[in-house]
Design a protein around this ligand. Structure first.
Ligand SMILES: [Zn+2]
Length: 77
């Protein structure tokens, strides 16, 4: 059986299907619950950002993932 490991929480993702039960973001494999946490953690930051650029968002997402990989979870502000 094909199994994938979430790069943040290190949980196994059974029968992974991209976009359904895992997400490939910033060259990392992120499980569904971690993606929810990522979105929550970015939401308050995105709301106050002016001007909003995709490059900025992309970097923010990458930084958040890299940071979460070290701590095992996303920081919700
Ligand atoms: Zn995860």
């Amino acid at each position: 059986m094909k199994t994938l490991t979430c790069d943040v929480c290190k949980k196994n993702i059974f029968q992974p299907v991209a976009g359904r039960n895992y997400f490939h973001l910033a060259h990392r494999d992120i499980c569904e619950s971690c993606k929810d946490q990522l979105e929550l953690s970015l939401k308050s930051v995105i709301r106050t950002k002016q001007p909003f650029t995709y490059e900025w968002y992309d970097r923010l997402m990458k930084d958040s993932i890299e940071k979460a990989m070290q701590t095992g979870k996303f920081e919700i502000r």
